[in-house]
Design a protein around this ligand. Sequence first.
Ligand code: SF4
Length: 271
Amino acid sequence: MYKPEYCVVALSGGKDSTAMLLGMIDRGMQIDCILFCDTGLEFPAMYAHLDRLEKDTGRQITRIRAEHPYEYLMFDAPVRRGPDSPIVRRYGAGSLGYGWPGPRQRWCTTRLKDMPREKFFRELRGRYRIREHIGIAADEQYRLERERNRNPDHVHPLVEWGMTEEDCLRYCYERGYDWDGLYGQFRRVSCWCCPLQSLPELRQLYHNHPALWGQLKEWDRRTWRKFRADYSVEELEKRFDFEDEWQKAGKPLRSRAFFSALKRRLETEDG
Ligand code: SF4
């Protein structure tokens, strides 16, 4: 059966997908839907960016959300676990919710992005041949190879145009989009509460977004899984404060002395 093509722009709101959207509009390419999977965890500046993008381009962004919000899934969802589950053995049978995501438990990607997207496409697939446009930059070879293996039908306009991540950011800045400085703080802008962020990014979150950091601390107190294998949110806070102290005293951070002193500080304050 013949099905017309339905072109979807997968918009995360970040520099790459924004550059892809703007480039597609500039080139007069077919766009039937601009799709944004809203985790509810974007920085306020990202939501403002999306509103502005919508206003400037005159194109509606289709915003989809999962049935349950992140907080419900993290704290309250009744997750079935057998008595032999390592989580039950370690934290007890009453450990409700998925807890913080981790490198091997990225439940949030599945539940907040993949499942709502799949639900959205399910209905369309009966009528259309969907062509999803993904904002992978030309210099993201590893991601691109993985993507091409998993989703051979996806289109990668930035790769076709030879636009690197740096090109995308420059292009967006030239068009007046600056996300209120988020890209000066973070290499990748995604969920503000993601435990998979790097230490430098978490440091930026602590120093520049105190309200969000306060929320992170509160969530960390409420859940059973530690924020990261090496640090709880409170321990991270102590580390960042200690770094400031250490630097003010003119001492280098990248030294064995710093890490020994930090270990002592954390042990003293935890004890
Ligand atoms: S950015 Fe982090 S918190 Fe957000 S969906 Fe991805 S893994 Fe989960």
